[in-house]
Structures are given as structure tokens and as C-alpha cells.
Design a protein around this ligand. Structure first.
Ligand SMILES: [Zn+2]
Length: 77
């Protein structure tokens, strides 16, 4: 088997989109309240929960959810 450029590009694309340590929106959402609480408490949530951070960087829906939660919790304080 010889690898042409298109095959290589396809492989790179698949590696880029299916990382093993990736979480989905459901998992992200489950952990999001804790992530927000840590952030509001001044703790390094990104370091403690890197998978959530990673997902938020790539997923517009979850980032919007995160920002809405931040606003809501700040308003409560
Ligand atoms: Zn998401």
C-alpha cells in the first residue's frame, strides 16, 4: 500500500477529530456546573478539568452554556 497525499490528509483529519480523551457535550454538560463553580471560586478549573476546558474551546454550544451559567451564578452572589 502506498500513501498518497489525500490518504494522509484523511488520516490526519480523522486523528484530529477522534481523539481518545475527548468528551462529548453530554459529559461536558454534566461537569459544567462544577467547572463554573471552580472558576468563580478563583481556582484553576482548566487545569483541574482539562477535558471540559478542551471541549469548551471547540464547542460553541457548550461555551455559550458555560458563559450563561457564569452570568447566572455571578448574579446570585
Ligand atoms: Zn459541546
Amino acid at each position: 500500500m502506498t500513501l498518497d497525499l489525500d490518504t494522509l490528509k484523511q488520516m490526519v483529519r480523522e486523528i484530529g477529530t477522534t481523539r481518545l480523551d475527548e468528551i462529548g457535550c453530554d459529559e461536558c454538560f454534566e461537569q459544567l456546573d462544577r467547572f463554573v463553580e471552580m472558576t468563580l471560586a478563583g481556582k484553576n478549573a482548566a487545569e483541574a478539568m482539562p477535558l471540559v476546558q478542551d471541549h469548551l474551546e471547540r464547542c460553541d454550544d457548550c461555551r455559550e452554556e458555560f458563559e450563561a451559567l457564569m452570568v447566572a451564578l455571578r448574579a446570585l452572589e
